[in-house]
Design a protein around this ligand. Structure first.
Ligand SMILES: Cc1cc2nc3c(=O)[nH]c(=O)nc-3n(C[C@H](O)[C@H](O)[C@H](O)COP(=O)(O)O)c2cc1C
Length: 132
């Protein structure tokens, strides 16, 4: 049998508790946006602050576009935009900027959070550098 979160932790409340601990304590930055076309940030973890310098409370309601700047590769962002439009996952790297303006290579994945077939939110898992 395949071991999934559902088989290992069948109780919904336990799964939710696990996911909260995971998101809050992940070494990788985690950013969640709503499912609107703009993609407004609804959650960011502590590792997001460590990576970007932005406190989660400052970025709620903004879009992750605040991380972009002059040297951000437009082709990568176009690829992400098409993935968002077609409800597919994305993985790539591009230059992003910390709150103080320091450029860095963002390596990230974006995945749809689906309930049934409906996309309810998007999650990004982000880290600095180009290696997985
Ligand atoms: C969940 C999620 C995470 C994102 N994370 C980043 C990111 O880390 N860096 C980045 O440059 N763009 C990121 N984006 C892309 C921008 O938010 C935006 O979708 C993109 O710039 C296209 O919109 P625009 O044409 O208005 O710029 C993310 C988008 C989503 C939905």
């Amino acid at each position: 049998m395949a071991y999934t979160i559902e088989t290992s932790l069948p109780e919904t409340e336990t799964s939710l508790a696990l996911l909260k601990v995971l998101a809050e304590n992940s070494f990788d930055s985690i950013l969640v946006t709503d499912a609107s076309a703009k993609g407004k940030i609804i959650y960011a973890n502590k590792a997001f602050k460590k990576l970007t310098g932005h406190d989660p409370s400052e970025v709620i309601g903004e879009t992750p576009r605040i991380l972009q700047g002059a040297a951000t590769d437009k082709k990568v962002i176009d690829r992400l935009t098409s993935a968002l439009k077609s409800g597919k996952k994305f993985e790539g790297k591009a230059i992003n900027y910390k709150k103080d303006g320091t450029p860095f290579i963002m390596y990230w994945r974006v995945l749809p959070i689906k309930v049934g077939k409906k996309i309810e939110a998007w999650i990004a898992i982000q880290r600095e550098g180009s290696v997985i």
